[in-house]
Design a protein around this ligand. Sequence first.
Ligand code: ZN
Ligand code: ZN
Length: 193
Amino acid sequence: MRLNISGIQGRKGASFEVQRDLSGDFLKALPEVEKVLGPISVEMKVTNTGEAFLVAGSFSVDVELRCSRCLEPVRTRLEAACEEEFLKTPEYGVEEDLLEEQYVVEGDELDASGLIQESLLVSVPMKVVCSPDCPGLCPKCGAALAEGTCSCSTADIDIRLAPLSKLLELSPPAETPERRKDNGSTKEKTFQG
Ligand SMILES: [Zn+2]
Ligand SMILES: [Zn+2]
């Protein structure tokens, strides 16, 4: 996205704002991104600070990622912001090389594409989940557990519950007070006899 800055050239403190929609196709190169669902909405303000041009912007784009647990599509909005200076003349490092990651004005234009791409790329989450309690996939058969139980998951539940149900059979909570009563009556009888 090239911006013409001729209107604020030589006018320290002058600024202008732009609003544009850009193609988000570059995001498709990321393995995390399944689909780009719309254009990147760009809002930018460019200010002549005297020594440089300050570019402050915010960007957002709707994309489809994949749940890291169940691999189902997840729609989300990537949002990013930036504040970067574009220098009027390039600065050189100790060995007279152009410093890396340096933005430079080219005549009456500056190219904000790299800045927008960089800001959005770092906004892509490493891991997304379709919901915080997504159960993911069955580790045995790979079935999505959110869609119901697979045969191996029911077997797991049975095994886990088996010892618990045995315990409940052996000592039902209602039995304890009755036993005390019985013991008492037995004692009474023994005393009387
Ligand atoms: Zn999920
Ligand atoms: Zn399974």
